[in-house]
Ligand binder design. Structure first.
Ligand code: 5BU
Length: 257
């Protein structure tokens, strides 16, 4: 499936998916930055510095030791200033009723400021229904975890295929997958790939890396997720530019296949 992000935007109904595909096309970036830092000020500074390079800014809010609601509103302002979409990598994994409460309430109130979040499908379809009951009216979108990058993970083909089936049954709210390979030719679904490094093979805790080119050109996914490869670099701006260029080149090369 070598349709451009621009053409695929017309094939989606979810407003967040449409906005993301359009902004990737106009901004010419399929780089998602994973900002896994523990101070709110550092996360915001990173968003301001690297915002021009990215399509998506991914957070783990439960890492941030000084999280307040104003962090969320300041990040939203930066997402408007630099035109990127916020993705809270919450990996919901409970029954529908509980995830509904976790998504819409509590200190984090994720549904109010993160247009994208994600969920495991282990509990069954009720998890999607629960999140959808809060997120759909807000125009939010959900990514399903269909594969992981970590060594020895327990995902298998049948489980991954179930994720695709569930996504197709909820295409108004499910906008794609966290995955290592493209799983469907359906142009509406966007594939995000974590476990990306141009230099390293992995880390000491089971992370496994592929290069941006392997992910986008060989494995046909759409968006690369990069954390330490960028924020841990001596020059994060130069690193972001390099990851952005490699991933975008791989995407444009794929369009010519
Ligand atoms: P890294 O520093 O580029 O290794 O960070 C990768 C990020 O992606 C980190 O926030 C993880 O929680 C996230 N991640 C991952 O690495 N692998 C996966 O399979 C999934 C998420 Br799902």
């Amino acid at each position: 499936m070598n349709l451009s992000f621009y053409d695929r935007a017309a094939q989606t109904t979810n407003p967040t998916a449409k906005a993301l595909l359009q902004l990737m096309d106009t901004k010419k970036t399929n780089l998602c930055l994973s900002a896994d830092l523990s101070c709110a000020g550092d996360v915001l500074a990173l968003a301001d510095k690297l915002g021009p390079q990215i399509c998506v800014f991914k957070t783990h809010v439960d890492i941030i030791q000084d999280f307040t609601r104003s962090f969320a509103s300041e990040l939203t302002n930066l997402s408007e200033k630099h035109n990127f979409i916020i993705f809270e990598d919450r990996k919901f994994a409970d029954i529908g009723h509980t995830v509904k409460e976790q998504y819409g309430k509590g200190l984090y109130s994720i549904a109010d400021w993160a247009p994208i979040t994600n969920a495991h499908i282990l509990p069954g379809e009720g998890i999607i229904d629960g999140l959808k009951s809060i997120g759909l009216n807000k125009g939010n979108g959900l990514l399903l975890l269909a594969q992981m990058s970590s060594k020895g993970n327990l995902f298998n083909e049948a489980y991954t295929a179930s994720a695709v089936e569930m996504a197709k049954a909820h295409r108004d709210f499910v906008i794609g997958f966290i995955t290592q390979h493209r799983l469907t030719e359906d142009p509406a679904f966007i594939s995000f790939t974590p476990g990306i490094s141009s230099t390293d093979q992995g880390d000491a805790l089971g992370q496994q890396y592929v290069t941006p080119r392997q992910a986008i050109l060989e494995n046909h996914t759409d968006v690369i997720i990069v954390g330490r490869g960028i924020y841990g670099a001596t020059d994060p701006i130069a690193a972001a530019e390099a990851y952005r260029a490699e991933a975008w080149q791989a995407y444009t090369d794929r369009l010519c296949l």
